[in-house]
Design a binder for this molecule. Sequence first.
Ligand code: SAM
Length: 348
Amino acid sequence: KRVFPDPRFPDPVRPDIEDLVFFLDSEDPGENAYLFDKAAEVRDIHCGRRMVVRGLLEFSSHCSNTCLYCGLNRNNLRAQRYRLSAEEISEGAALVHAAGIRTIVMQSGEDSFPADRLAEAIREIKKRFDLAITLSVGERSRADYALWKEAGADRYLLRIESTDEKLYRSMHIGREVATRLECLENLRGLGYQVGSGIMVGPPGQTAEILARDILFLAERECDMIGIGPFIPHPDTPFGSARAGGVPLTLRTLALLRLLTRNAWLPATTALGSMDRDYRTDALKAGANVLMPNFSPREVKTKYEIYPGKRCVTEGTGACAGCTERIAREAGLELDLSRADSLKMKTAP
Ligand code: SAM
């Protein structure tokens, strides 16, 4: 049974799990090309023909969590740990701002920064720069989220990783997806623009589980959705597993574009870190965000979620040329503005 991509079907499309599995499994090049073209068309209509840019600052590699796939997990004794100082965080924000970019994404491992110090850093950035702030620091208490919102944070990224309880437990020992869901609820309730997402292809993920995750992310009206292939890190329990497939990741992205229409969908660094850089391919399949790395050069290699991460040997802020090239190759206008959620509509 085929429901889409078919021009006769309405926008938004409302597929069921079976339809999604059909398209996720389809390896027919013509079928895939059609899916990607349709997704790019829907992106252009609902978001504009543009690629928005967010400056990424990885401000700490410390982590108290035990995600079995992630190189930062606390049991990885070979991981190199660092924490940027308040001055270094401000310098990072200054570089993002000087590049003309109006969003900074501050990411770290979990519990890696005291809440009040992070609040102070947020206040300082807001005082000095015209920047939207996106946080991505994992599961924290509602009180911490409230403190950072109060301090000036605008958005929060927390990937659900998987909505399937069994798969979630197999990737996170002793942790429950319910906690992650509660965090997402708290963030939404506090007025953050909320992003979520998943990895494609971790051990144990089936097309049906992936389809359910896609429906979850679409139905939640996430403002942003991060999708990247799983990449095995040798110093983790999943080190000898197979990497997630690029074509399957691109199909997942395209399906999410068709379902969400106006979510921000990044061409993730993980997609840029495979056998070649697939970020342009992602943009041609409906993605519309790029997140160049503005972490100081000395720490870039230390934030090793997975090996072979793109652009870690380049100087800070050396990404401007590359960013312009990627937008051009994808046929998109470069948009450095803060580009808030397209889902925040005023009531009719
Ligand atoms: N600690 C925060 C959190 O958990 O939300 C933010 C940092 S965490 C390292 C950011 C994302 O990296 C995770 O949500 C996960 O999906 C992704 N990630 C971790 N290990 C990965 C791997 N081996 N391959 C691909 N993506 C990975």
